[in-house]
Design a protein around this ligand. Structure first.
Ligand code: TYD
Ligand code: MG
Length: 449
């Protein structure tokens, strides 16, 4: 065992600092430094390195091993780009209570071969009760309530699963390491061991990682570099809607969105997400616009809402963006002010994308602008109208990618009119297009409707 001295480790970015400070000097997060003994010398060097890799000509490398295997949960497969890859390590992050354990039990229940679920948080009885509720009590699903890394590895060797889930990585600890369970060093060392295990046996491994709003202990961000895929499970615990997205994905795109609903029998995939996102929409209210957006390959209708309030002179106007980029909102406000002569500088402005979706694509610009215009003028937009298009600094409207798919999704959900950039292709029958070249023309087109 080597000498150890104390270092301060950031739970967000994993950087080591020699002294404690309120702010991490690497990632600039506040209150994220925790002390941990640093292992030096022999103990660090004695870590198992695994078998040596063999170099060979690239043509002899079997590309087929990276083919994803469907999980049986279509919304999860959508985000993973088809399924789980052999030997890959996936980190599923999310706040406590959001539904990570539920999702993974459902995944294990669908898997056609033997699986092992390591639970470090709940007792075997608790998991069994939940599995009964989910219809996941299957002979191939093995359960191990354990937090000690060597015991987990021994169980994997004995059970020989074809899929391993560890819930959660924060509860697993290696007793040979000097740091406390849950510390950054423990979590990282254990994750490294699971990565080695996955690569050695071609075993897909899913690790659960808790994120707390405050940054928490050993936040999954320190693990992002270690694993192949980082999934984030989000939503409001008090509402049924859950969104799954990839933050990092070594085997595919990261812009796909999975949509689930938490029901009495677990998580249900929502293939028709657009109608769900619009369920609570109230029509005839000023400050609302619907945009057919694209989340990866999936067209989705999302409501953008805006609220403006006139302020007394001298009060600095507040701008707040939720689900939208704050910088983009400021830019659109400046363009509106300059190109349509609407006075927004004396108003506080709130704008949001409804339902927890993040509208970061420029195709949503026009919807943000028209929701703002509607809020400011107190004129509701027509209930059967969708709008999309990117807004340029000169107030010009630019085409958004995949316009036909956006228009088709709008028509499918019963929308009859669309305000779109000038060179947009024709939409499906039943959807009347107003083609406009500038933001000012778009505002004028609304008055005609
Ligand atoms: P859970 O999977 O335990 O969350 P996490 O592992 O992310 O902490 O989900 C817990 C919540 O889900 C809990 O509040 C109960 C709810 N739930 C349902 O609504 N329906 C169900 O069928 C199940 C299993 C859980
Ligand atoms: Mg859990």
């Amino acid at each position: 065992m080597g000498k150890s001295r104390v270092v301060y480790r950031c739970t967000q970015c994993g950087a080591a600092q020699p002294k404690w400070a309120g702010q991490c000097s690497t990632c600039l997060e506040w209150n994220t430094l925790v002390d941990e003994p640093e292992v030096t010398g022999a103990a660090a060097a004695a870590r198992p390195a695994g078998p040596a890799a063999v170099a060979r000509p690239i043509g002899e490398v079997d590309a087929g091993v990276a083919a994803p295997r469907p999980t049986g949960l279509p919304e999860l497969d959508r985000v993973l780009g088809g399924g789980l890859v052999a030997g890959s390590v996936t980190l599923l992050g999310g706040e406590p209570g959001i539904g990570k354990s539920t999702l993974l039990l459902q995944l294990l229940a669908q898997w056609p071969q033997r699986t092992l679920y390591v639970t470090g948080e709940e007792s075997a009885q608790q998991v069994r009760l939940r599995a009964e509720r989910l219809g996941a009590v299957r002979p191939d699903l093995w359960l191990l309530p354990e937090t000690s890394l060597p015991h987990v590895l021994a169980a994997v060797a004995a059970v020989q699963p074809s899929l391993l889930v560890v819930d959660s990585i924060q509860t697993i600890a290696d007793p040979d390491l000097p740091s406390a369970p849950g510390s950054v060093a423990q979590v990282r060392a254990c994750a490294h061991r699971f990565v080695a295990l996955a690569k050695e046996h071609g075993l897909p491994v899913v690790l659960v990682g808790h994120v707390t709003k405050e940054g928490g202990l050993a936040g999954p961000r320190v693990l992002e570099h270690v694993v192949d895929t980082v999934l984030s499970f989000e939503g409001d615990r008090h509402h049924a809607l859950r969104l799954l997205r990839a933050v990092k994905h070594r085997f595919g795109a990261t812009d796909e969105l999975g949509v689930f609903e938490m029901a009495g029998q677990g998580l249900l995939g929502v293939p028709d997400a657009s109608s769900l996102f619009l369920t609570d929409r109230r029509t005839g209210v000023a400050g609302s616009a619907v945009v057919p957006t694209l989340q990866g390959q999936r067209p989705l209708l999302v409501e953008v809402q805006a609220l403006t309030n006139r302020l007394s002179p001298g009060v600095p106007p507040r701008r707040s963006a939720q689900g939208l980029d704050g910088g983009r909102l400021a830019l659109l406000l400046a363009v509106l002010e300059r190109r349509t002569r609407l006075d927004l500088s004396t108003h506080e402005v709130f704008a949001s994308a409804v339902g927890g979706v993040r509208l970061t694509e420029p195709g949503a610009d026009l919807a943000v602008c028209l929701a703002l215009v509607s809020a400011l003028t107190d004129q509701p937009l027509p209930a059967d109208l969708v709008v999309f298009g990117e807004v340029g600094l000169a107030g010009e409207l630019r085409q958004a990618a995949h316009a036909p798919r956006r228009l088709a999704e709008a028509a499918r959900l019963g929308f009859r009119r669309a305000v779109v950039p000038a060179n947009s292709p024709d939409g499906p029958p039943g959807l009347r297009l107003s083609r406009v070249a500038t933001l000012a023309e778009a505002v004028a087109a609304l008055a005609v409707h």
